[in-house]
Ligand binder design. Sequence first.
Ligand SMILES: NC(=O)c1ccc[n+]([C@@H]2O[C@H](COP(=O)([O-])OP(=O)(O)OC[C@H]3O[C@@H](n4cnc5c(N)ncnc54)[C@H](OP(=O)(O)O)[C@@H]3O)[C@@H](O)[C@H]2O)c1
Length: 432
Amino acid sequence: MSVAKPLRIGIAGLGTVGGGVLKLLASHGELLTQRTGRTLQVTAVSARDRSRDRGVDLSSVRWYEDAATLAVDPEIDVFVELIGGSDGIAKRAVEAAIASGKHVVTANKALLAHHGSALAAAAESAGLTLAFEAAVAGGIPAIKGLREGLAGNNIREVHGILNGTCNYILTEMRTTGRDFADVLADAQRLGYAEADPSFDIDGVDAAHKLAVLTAVAFGTKVDFNSVHVEGIRHISALDINYAQELGYRIRLLGIARRTDAGIEQRVHPCMVPTNSPIGATDGVFNAVVADGDFVDKVVLVGRGAGAGPTASAVVADLVDIARGRSTPTFGIPAEQLAPLVPSPISRRQGRYYVRLMVVDRPGVIADIAATLRDQHVSMEAFLQRGRSPGEAVPVVWTTHETDEAAMQSALAAIGALDAVLEPPRMIRIEDF
Ligand SMILES: NC(=O)c1ccc[n+]([C@@H]2O[C@H](COP(=O)([O-])OP(=O)(O)OC[C@H]3O[C@@H](n4cnc5c(N)ncnc54)[C@H](OP(=O)(O)O)[C@@H]3O)[C@@H](O)[C@H]2O)c1
């Protein structure tokens, strides 16, 4: 009986994800051999600090100071990049691996968002796999789900909660009534948010993931620069309360939608119905919803980060490679990926929530209503609690469907009114 050769794996980066992958491979060796017919063997690793305990015995594994040298080790079949960063060593090492004929597995959404199309082209022209299940929504098989599971569909839209840190913060704000800065500080103490949280809370991390999902969903080149990005810094406890009252939850969403004008790619806070799958996904969980023309909506929910879930996704890619299962990186061959024709945020059609802080005096509401009328924006519901003559009071309304350009003009005019004390707060409503 012939025994298949082991799959020899080199891992660069042994932090949260890399450490998780080492542990999974060590604990599920037999199961993975049953599933692939081969052993999955870590033969070489690289990280910065050689002395740090990684939780598994690495004494018989080759150690490289330089990840790019590991990437070209002739004794590995697959290079697993778990360092991070869109450029620098991660990019150099992945390029070196492909140039020397190694398959690549990565969890690095920043790298893919900036260089995904070029790396896919290089890998495919060399007959290699570039796999990245862990890069989008962690443990959720969103890439395989879209690319393989929904391959029979034209995808109309994909959207989701793509950043667990933001979802945790927004959930905590709702359940405890505390403000953003307070909850963020706690999240940092608990290790749910980085010391520099800007990539998460300013929406950049979600935008990286969305750019990758869009390419898979629509067969377009990865186009991070056309993603409209807003984060959650300006979300207040007041808005969260109003959302609740109106039957909504506030989520930071990534949305990619095919429209007649092109493809919308946007990351921003949204109000979604409380009882929708996205509305019901609380805490650190991620959710991805794909809408295909034959299947309709498919919802995937799970953990988007952490050692275990992310290792689960990395190892799924390794199993594919060990099995020889291969698909073009973004679903269709890289050379056939079409340039993405973006539909800008100004063309969004939808409903809006707006909150103002105004001086409570006669005529203010009439001025606001007149401005909305002038921009053809029609109000759906209006809330003003209590009276406090001469004082600042919140005024809230939702609109019927309108276009973003009209809404922005109306907000600029309303913001300039004397009685309006702060820039208007606007949150887009998505009735999924
Ligand atoms: N954490 C998650 O839940 C998660 C989820 C999905 C995707 N990802 C992605 O996975 C990647 C890794 O994230 P992580 O959270 O595991 O990061 P991490 O915990 O900070 O680990 C990074 C690892 O890279 C090593 N490293 C740094 N610079 C290096 C260099 N020049 N050469 C070789 N190794 C180097 C570090 O070495 P030392 O240990 O010696 O310092 C560390 O082991 C990133 O692309 C991230 O976006 C992470």
